[in-house]
Design a protein around this ligand. Structure first.
Ligand code: FRU
Length: 481
């Protein structure tokens, strides 16, 4: 790409695949992420979206419908198989969401400390504009899961009516922290799974018989642990099979680079500037402004047995050292392009987790390569695939404390998840001060060769039905009971 005056060139990435078990970790560099600002318009009036319409989610109306009156709803995923198909079970579509009681005396921003995995179902091929999702309640019985708070994961239909729910077992020790939302004793985090049964009849879907197994805790070497950083991230498991490595099951998850917080030193590879680039930053300076505190990675693990109860860590597939501190809810999306499988790694991130000297919006970021582990090319050269409308010329903020001069939709949606067909679902967070806790209108992105574009012919000016998570594969018949 032609350089933008005043901005550095992005890093060269080959997209070459490596053995998943090898120790090559792709880097989302400062030079890459600087392209977000290089592609942003510095001349817009304050508070107007400065990003290209190709990567900007259309505006969600303020009078959005509430999906459920009893629970706040955020991170959401479909029932899937090992190939990321979204499966309908005996004529029902099933989705899983983090939920928290709306009337328990805490607000939407306290949801993380009170999160449970809930589920919804509706008839396959329902009219998404008319037929509501039916709330089925919590997936697990009270007190049954490992940890006292259930954070995100993924759910796979196994043989027959067995399901594996992979989740983050978060344990808070401090009631004050749970109620006030932060500042207390840091929680523990483990990646866990529960194997149970799914049932369907003419009335709907239910689950029972779960056996919970703890799978992974951070090792402190490749993946940072609580002793090294109370604010560590270790969560959001997503499992899949790789057609290039038949018979193996992999998991991607959100992690941080191992080591005591603050001791990491940014390296030339984390900056990724081209030799002699006049707009390159100086390494010492990047370290001295504290950019080394932000050390996100996307972790990889491999299952050691068919029951998926034993796992081994592999080195991270992507690091964002000195760029960003959180690469959340990662997923691998395989797309055939010209007869070749291209691997898209999608992950969500926030504006407030960027490192010093970096700026980007809340949204979904994507990387493309030739394998699960590859020298990933950031989508659109920057990594940014789809974000909430934001004026990136103004300083970063958080959804709890936006200022009136920013775009009122900078936090309209989060936790974007890319589904078959490029459909992207997310939850509504804050639309012009109206808090969400319900699923967003689904939007569509078209992407190929690592370049993406919001499809504004989809739905109404690019906004599809609210909470549109259609299935693309039927299992167990169409449901004639
Ligand atoms: C993303 C996220 C996940 C986590 C959950 C906790 O929105 O931060 O990483 O599992 O929310 O509420």
């Amino acid at each position: 790409p032609a350089p933008t005056p005043g901005f550095p060139l992005p890093t060269t990435h080959t997209q070459q695949a490596y053995d998943p078990a090898s120790d090559f970790t792709s880097k989302w560099t400062r030079a890459d992420a600087k392209q977000i600002m290089a592609q942003s318009d510095s001349t817009v009036a304050p508070g107007v979206t400065s990003m290209s319409p190709d990567v900007t989610m259309p505006e969600i109306p303020e009078d959005f419908p509430t999906m459920n009156d009893d629970v706040w709803v955020w991170d959401t995923w479909s029932l899937t198989d090992e190939n990321a198909n979204q499966v309908s079970y005996k004529g029902w579509d099933v989705i899983f969401s983090l939920v928290a009681d709306r009337d328990a005396g805490y607000g939407f921003d306290q949801r993380h400390w009170n999160a449970r995995i809930g589920y919804f179902f509706r008839k396959t091929n329902a009219d998404p504009a008319k037929d509501k999702w039916n709330y089925g309640g919590h997936v697990f019985a009270d007190g049954a899961s490992i940890g006292n708070t259930e954070w995100s994961g993924s759910t796979r239909l196994m043989q027959g009516n067995k399901v594996n729910v992979f989740y983050t077992a978060t344990t808070f020790y401090d009631v004050a922290e749970r109620n006030a939302g932060g500042g207390g004793i840091a929680p523990d985090a483990a990646i866990a799974k529960a194997l149970g049964n799914i049932h369907a009849d003419k009335n709907g879907v239910s689950f029972d018989g779960f056996t919970h197994t703890k799978l992974l805790e951070p090792d402190g070497e490749m993946y940072q642990n609580k002793a090294q950083n109370p604010g560590f991230a270790f969560r959001d498991p997503y499992t899949f099979e790789d057609p290039a490595h038949p018979g193996k099951t992999y998991m991607v998850f959100e992690g941080n680079t191992g080591g005591t917080r603050g001791e990491y030193e940014c390296k030339a590879e984390d900056l990724g500037y081209q030799p002699g680039d006049p707009n390159a930053e100086n390494l010492n300076e990047v370290n001295s402004i504290g950019a080394n505190y932000q050390t996100a990675n996307v972790g990889l693990a491999v299952a050691d047995n068919k029951d998926l109860t034993k796992w081994s860590f592999l080195p991270p597939v992507l690091s964002a050292n000195c760029v960003n501190d959180q690469t959340e809810r990662p997923q691998i999306f395989i797309q055939n392009e010209g007869g070749k499988n291209k691997y898209y790694l999608f992950t969500i991130s926030h504006q407030f987790t960027y490192a010093a000297g970096m700026r980007g919006p809340d949204g979904v970021y994507g990387f493309v390569g030739d394998g699960v582990r590859s020298d990933y090319q950031p989508m659109n050269n920057s990594g940014l695939a789809l974000a909430s409308p934001t004026d990136l010329n103004l300083p970063s903020e958080s959804p709890e404390r936006p200022t009136p001069n920013q775009n009122g939709r900078q936090f309209q949606a989060y936790s974007h998840y890319v589904q078959p067909g490029g459909l992207v679902q997310s939850f509504i967070d804050n639309v012009n001060g109206v808090r969400g806790g319900s699923l967003s209108p689904t939007v569509k992105i078209n992407f190929r060769d690592g370049i993406s574009q919001v499809d504004r012919t989809f739905g109404q000016n690019g906004l599809g039905p609210f909470g549109y998570l259609p299935t693309n594969l039927n299992v167990g018949g169409a449901g004639h009971y």
